[in-house]
Design a binder for this molecule. Structure first.
Ligand code: CO
Length: 128
């Protein structure tokens, strides 16, 4: 397992992508509208920043921005076997937000763990 990306909540993904492209020489490698959000991936070495901008006033990222403001929303860990990673979490009584992998941004299989059981960090398992 390795760190795949940081998910960053923002109210302006295009502007933030411009900032990071210039500041970090991190190219935009993927963009899509997904699940009520504009999602932009920038490549940084072996990993990514995933910018998340809500496209409406409801939804997870909109409420996150309302309560927390912009910033890091989750950390994603890449695995070759997401089913086994979820099974291990279950064995350890880590609560799962997604009981089964689902299709996430960029068509990857994803599943989120409950931050109350992971030190306050929202962790996403992702399998490319
Ligand atoms: Co993510």
């Amino acid at each position: 397992m390795h760190l795949d990306h940081a998910g960053i909540a923002t109210d302006d993904a295009a502007a933030l992508a411009d900032t990071y492209e210039t500041l970090l020489s991190a190219p935009v490698v993927h963009e899509e509208a997904f699940d009520g959000m504009r999602v932009v991936f920038l490549e940084l070495g072996e990993g990514y920043f995933e910018l998340l901008e809500p496209l409406s006033d409801d939804g997870t990222i909109a409420s996150y921005l309302d309560s927390q403001g912009p910033g890091i929303h989750h950390l994603a860990l890449a695995t070759d076997d997401i089913e086994s990673a979820l099974a291990r979490a279950r064995e350890l009584d880590v609560r799962l937000i997604d009981e089964e992998p689902r299709t996430g941004a960029w068509g990857h299989d994803v599943a989120f763990l409950h931050p109350k059981d992971t030190g306050g960090v929202l962790i996403e398992f992702v399998q490319h």
